[in-house]
Structures are given as structure tokens and as C-alpha cells.
Design a protein around this ligand. Structure first.
Ligand code: 3EB
Length: 347
């Protein structure tokens, strides 16, 4: 029974995934496959999304798999495929800009695609009566590209913020944890998310200005995300740390130095972990027990970044490395992290 009520994450290689019992695979809440799709022979009933950011290392694929307890409902609405467990839902969608009809006032196809994606997410949650969008992963093709006189990441930020406002959602304070990273030019906008009936507690980083208060030089409309949050899902206390980079206040620091950027990013992550632990009765999270995804801009920095991470986190740290462009041209590394800790002892 206990394993029926556990929320958890795993990062698996293709070989590890293929070795799992098929019941384990079919019970998944959702899956994101990095680099290439899950081969048809292993296809699941659960929602699967392919994220076209290449996996670094020897594996050609990296699978991010979520379990959320007994599945209660599975569905499709508009472009979203989703699966529900008692208090959590995983959903995903993929939109090609070339297939999107322009929305009123949109400055570009990316703007329209983002607006449609977020409207569909909020409409789905409203329809299902699930209030809280907890964690969102955003993969934007050609994130540093420019069109229509603005950066594509800015266009994404405008459309995302508009959708939050249109749906009566806060754009500061209680906003989801997120990451916003690049994917290859010409690939679809890919978004997946976790939402819940339990309210998350948002966490900001005292070393950084909240992203939703960044000055307009980084984006005329601020990005809508919190630095981290904790939430109780299926008897598990979960910590979601957003994409985190070498930023102090609002400024990028350690220009051009991947090792220093990695160390600063880790200090930012540690500040968020300490804050998450302050709220609970006993420390629930340690940097050594988190699952990490590291987005690396330049292939030639992987070795130095990996040695910094191993030195700080130990050789058994679970890190999935992905090649990706990042929202500011001067960022060389961005790292997200997730922790799961049991809150109710199983009976
Ligand atoms: C930063 O700290 C780095 O736009 O959803 C991190 C996490 C970043 C989320 C997003 C962007 C986003 O500003 C970039």
C-alpha cells in the first residue's frame, strides 16, 4: 500500500527504463524524454513528451519519470495530455509555431503559441477544479533569437504573463516554480507541468531579486516564476527548485567562467534548500539528496561543470546533463533541482 501513495521522481537512462517492470512503467504519472522520443515498443498510456534538448554523456536519451500514486484519471484536452492521481496532475503539450493561428495583439508566432499553451493549461485546471500550478518546464526554440524587434524570450515572457493575468492568477508572490530554457531552432515549444489541489509555499532567494521584479532591461515584461516551492503531494513533501543560475541581485556574475558560475549557482541552490528546511520541523532536504538537471550552453564546459558539481554534491549525485541555450546570452550554466521526502510514515 505504501508504494501506492508516493510521489517521486527518477532520471533514468534508456537501458534502466527498459529494465523496469512494465507495471512500474504503466503506473507513471508522466514522462519527459530528452533528446529523442521513447521508442514505440516501450510506449506508455501515461502522457509522454519529447524535449528536443540533447542529453550529454554516453546515453542518447534521458528519461525524467514521475510517479504520483494511484492513477485516477487520464485524458486529453486541446493539445494537453494529462494524467491525474488523487492530489496531483502531470500535463504536457508541444506546439509548432508554424501551426499556430495568430492571436490578437500577439507580436509573433512564439507569442501566440505561448499564449495558447498557457490558456489551455489554465482552462484545463479550471475544468478539473485543480487550483495550483506548482511547477512548469518551458522549452523554447531559439530562445536567444530575435524577431519583430525583440528577443524571443521576451515575447515568451509577455505572453506567459498575459495568460496569468487573463486567468486571474497572481503574477508575483504565489507563482509557480519554473525553468525557461532553449531548444533547437525549428523545434516545437514544449511545456510540461505539475499542478495540485494542495497549495505550494513559494520560496524566494535572499541573494537574488525575485524574477517577477527584475528590471525591464532583462525583459520588458518580467518572467512569472518563483525561485522554489515546497508542496505536499501524495504523502511526500516535495521541493521544486526552479532553474537557477549565476545571478546575484538581478545581475549575471562571473562572465565567461563556467566553474565560477557553477559555484555561484550552487550557493543560490543552497540558500533555497536552507529556506525550505526552515519551514519544516526537521530538515527534510539536503543538497546531497536532490535530483539535478544541469543545462549547459557549451559542450566544452561539461567536464569543468561536472567536476564542480561532484566536488559539491558527492560522486553519487544524480545529475542529468542537457545541452541548451539559456535565457541570458551570458549564462553558461543553469541548474534545477527537485527533492522528495516522506512526510507521513507508512502504516
Ligand atoms: C534566472 O534566474 C534564470 O523564465 O521560467 C530561471 C528559471 C530562468 C525560470 C523562466 C528563467 C525561468 O532568471 C532564468
Amino acid at each position: 500500500m505504501a508504494c501506492d501513495s508516493v510521489f517521486k521522481l527518477d532520471y533514468l537512462s534508456h537501458a534502466e527504463f527498459a529494465e523496469r517492470p512494465s507495471a512500474w512503467r504503466q503506473d507513471l504519472l508522466g514522462l519527459a524524454s530528452f533528446g529523442a522520443p521513447v521508442p514505440a515498443a516501450l510506449a506508455l498510456h501515461a502522457p509522454m513528451v519529447t524535449v528536443p534538448t540533447p542529453v550529454l554523456g554516453t546515453d542518447q536519451r534521458g528519461y525524467e519519470v514521475w510517479h504520483g500514486g494511484a492513477i485516477t484519471h487520464c485524458g486529453k484536452r486541446g493539445r494537453i495530455r494529462y494524467r491525474q492521481a488523487p492530489d496531483v496532475i502531470f500535463g504536457c503539450l508541444s506546439i509548432l509555431e508554424s501551426e499556430v493561428a495568430p492571436t490578437p495583439n500577439a507580436v509573433s508566432a512564439l507569442h501566440s503559441a505561448t499564449e495558447l499553451a498557457y490558456r489551455e493549461i489554465f482552462s484545463l485546471l479550471e475544468g478539473l477544479g485543480i487550483r495550483h500550478l506548482v511547477r512548469v518546464w518551458n522549452y523554447l526554440p531559439d530562445i536567444n533569437g530575435e524577431s519583430h524587434g525583440s528577443e524571443r524570450y521576451w515575447q515568451f515572457n509577455s505572453a506567459r504573463q498575459d495568460a496569468f493575468i487573463t486567468h486571474g492568477r497572481a503574477v508575483t508572490g504565489a507563482v509557480p516554480a519554473a525553468c525557461g530554457v532553449g531548444s533547437p531552432l525549428g523545434s516545437p515549444l514544449v511545456i510540461y507541468f505539475l499542478a495540485s489541489t494542495s497549495a505550494p509555499a513559494a520560496i524566494e532567494n535572499p541573494r537574488q531579486i525575485s524574477a517577477y521584479h527584475y528590471p525591464p532591461e532583462y525583459s520588458p515584461r518580467s518572467p512569472t516564476f518563483s525561485r522554489a516551492c515546497t508542496v505536499d503531494l501524495a504523502s511526500t513533501r516535495v521541493l521544486f527548485i526552479s532553474g537557477t543560475a549565476s545571478i546575484l541581485g538581478h545581475a549575471t556574475v562571473h562572465n565567461g567562467d563556467a566553474a565560477e558560475q557553477t559555484r555561484e549557482t550552487l550557493r543560490n541552490i543552497e540558500a533555497l534548500v536552507s529556506d525550505a528546511n526552515r519551514a519544516g520541523a526537521a530538515p527534510a532536504f539536503s543538497k546531497h539528496s536532490l535530483w539535478y538537471k544541469a543545462y549547459v550552453r557549451h559542450l566544452h564546459d561539461v567536464a569543468i561543470i561536472d567536476s564542480e558539481l561532484r566536488a559539491a554534491l558527492g560522486s553519487s549525485a544524480r545529475v542529468l546533463y542537457l545541452r541548451a541555450d539559456l535565457c541570458r546570452p551570458d549564462l553558461l550554466i543553469e541548474i534545477e533541482a527537485t527533492g522528495c521526502s516522506s512526510v507521513n510514515s507508512p502504516t
